[in-house]
Ligand binder design. Structure first.
Ligand SMILES: Cc1cc2nc3c(=O)[nH]c(=O)nc-3n(C[C@H](O)[C@H](O)[C@H](O)COP(=O)(O)OP(=O)(O)OC[C@H]3O[C@@H](n4cnc5c(N)ncnc54)[C@H](O)[C@@H]3O)c2cc1C
Length: 406
């Protein structure tokens, strides 16, 4: 179980070489906002044959839905079927994250969170129109839940509303911290309906009333553009309501499914960050000499290498278990929530340790380690903060309900 099969290993090698030749040279321009990553994402999808791999399984789902066969669905089942095994996608995310966790995040949000949610929960027409181009990265998607006043309390404090107007809805409100916002073709937007429930809407860029703010300046993940998105009475026909129903599809519990799959993707990002930190540090302590000896001869440095190694193996094991759970349909939300929090923290610690091992050189942009340290911090904030994830896990383990305000 704890080894990549031959095919997955081949994909890992292919992605690593693509990252070296195509992604790494673009990092300075992406980091400094001179370029956006969206064309590169589309190029990557073409290079890896996502169209053929995922397109076929999405088409299969459309055909089943049209024949009245398919019932329900999850991102793992629908997109996972096209990829072959869930580990394959984790390995892609890990390899991308070695070079650019921001690129991995933008790709994961577009294809998995937005494309995956539409493919899993949408009607056949919605999947054909929006799910297919998003899942194959011909289009870019943004997942719009967070609002200026609604972060950890995303549902309770949500102010964005979808009001009925005849057979249409009028969407009003604003979302913030939206990954891919500056370049997205499609926004998946969560809004309160008149009965106080939450429904999900598919909104297109360019529709009357949709505006997107400029990219935020951020501590890290600078190669992943983030912005606000505003909706000013955007008129949406019922064909824009995910699943075609206010209740039962695209609502609060489905959003939690999406949050679960978002959290399940974080360990793979942490894996990539930590592995790169370990590889770079191991090489450096063998080569860098001080006091006439390689710094790897000093015990204080040796302890840091073991520490990085253990973090690497710990996170790797979490990813294997996550993939195994996804492959076998095992639900273990306390594990998903708590392991996301732990892997995020290990990634931050590992990146700072790698900077320390590299001394002043580690602090310089050229080595890319200071970037990983800044990027890793986001893993402790996005997809629920560390404390929120740990508390959710504890509540599930103990069997106590969240207070209404949590
Ligand atoms: C770069 C970036 C990209 C993002 N991308 C997206 C995206 O694509 N789509 C999207 O919808 N959102 C996105 N987010 C938003 C992200 O999910 C939120 O930032 C996160 O959920 C935390 O919300 P908040 O920032 O409002 O913090 P708050 O909820 O205000 O939390 C502030 C602090 O209070 C603590 N806290 C809050 N409530 C409790 C409690 N009940 N118990 C204990 N501690 C508590 C938190 O742990 C935290 O330390 C992104 C954020 C960033 C920074």
């Amino acid at each position: 179980m704890f080894r990549l099969d031959e095919q997955t290993q081949m994909v890992a090698t292919m992605v690593r070489s693509w990252c070296q030749s195509q992604l790494a040279p673009k990092i300075p321009a992406l980091e400094h906002g001179e370029e956006q990553p969206f064309d590169l994402m589309k190029k990557m999808a073409k290079a890896f044959g996502f169209d053929a791999m995922l397109g076929a399984s999405v088409q299969k789902r459309i055909a089943k839905l049209r024949a009245g066969e398919a019932e329900g669905g999850s991102v793992e089942k629908t997109l996972g079927a096209g990829v072959g095994n869930p580990m394959m996608m984790h390995v892609v995310v890990k390899e991308l994250s070695r070079v650019s966790p921001g690129f991995a995040m933008g790709f994961g949000v577009s294809m998995g969170l937005v494309g995956g949610a539409i493919v899993a929960k949408g009607t056949a027409d919605q999947i054909e129109k929006w799910g297919l181009p998003l899942a194959t990265l011909r289009q870019i998607g943004s997942w719009c839940l967070t609002e200026p006043g609604a972060g950890s309390d995303a549902f309770g404090s949500m102010r964005t509303t979808a009001r009925r107007d005849g057979s249409d809805y009028l969407l009003k409100g604003g979302k913030t911290f939206i990954t891919n916002g500056p370049g997205a073709d499609v926004f998946l937007v969560y809004a309160k309906t008149e009965d106080g429930g939450v429904a999900t809407f598919i909104v297109e860029r360019g529709m009357a009333g949709v505006t997107v703010g400029p990219p935020f300046k951020k501590m890290g993940m600078r190669d992943s553009p983030t912005s606000e998105v505003f909706f000013d009475d955007v008129r949406l026909g019922v064909e824009h309501l995910l699943g075609g129903k206010e209740k039962g599809q695209g609502g609060r519990s489905d959003t939690k499914d999406s949050l679960g799959s978002e959290r399940s993707g974080v360990p793979a990002m942490a894996w990539g960050i930590i592995e790169r930190c370990y590889d770079a540090s191991l090489q450096y302590v063998r080569e860098r000499e001080q006091f006439g000896r390689p710094i790897g001869a000093f015990q204080a440095v040796q302890l840091k290498i073991t520490d990085l190694y253990l973090k690497l193996r710990t996170v790797e094991n979490v990813v294997y278990r996550t993939a195994w759970m996804q492959q076998n349909g095992v639900k273990d939300m306390p594990f998903v929530n708590a392991s996301k929090a732990m892997c995020a923290q290990l990634a931050v610690d590992a990146a700072l340790t790698a900077v320390q091992i590299h001394g002043g050189y580690g602090y310089m942009e050229e080595l890319g380690l200071e970037k990983l340290a800044r990027d890793a911090k986001l893993l402790e904030l996005g997809a629920g903060t560390t404390d929120i994830n740990l508390l959710a896990a504890a509540r599930e383990l103990i069997g106590v309900e969240a207070r209404a305000s949590e």
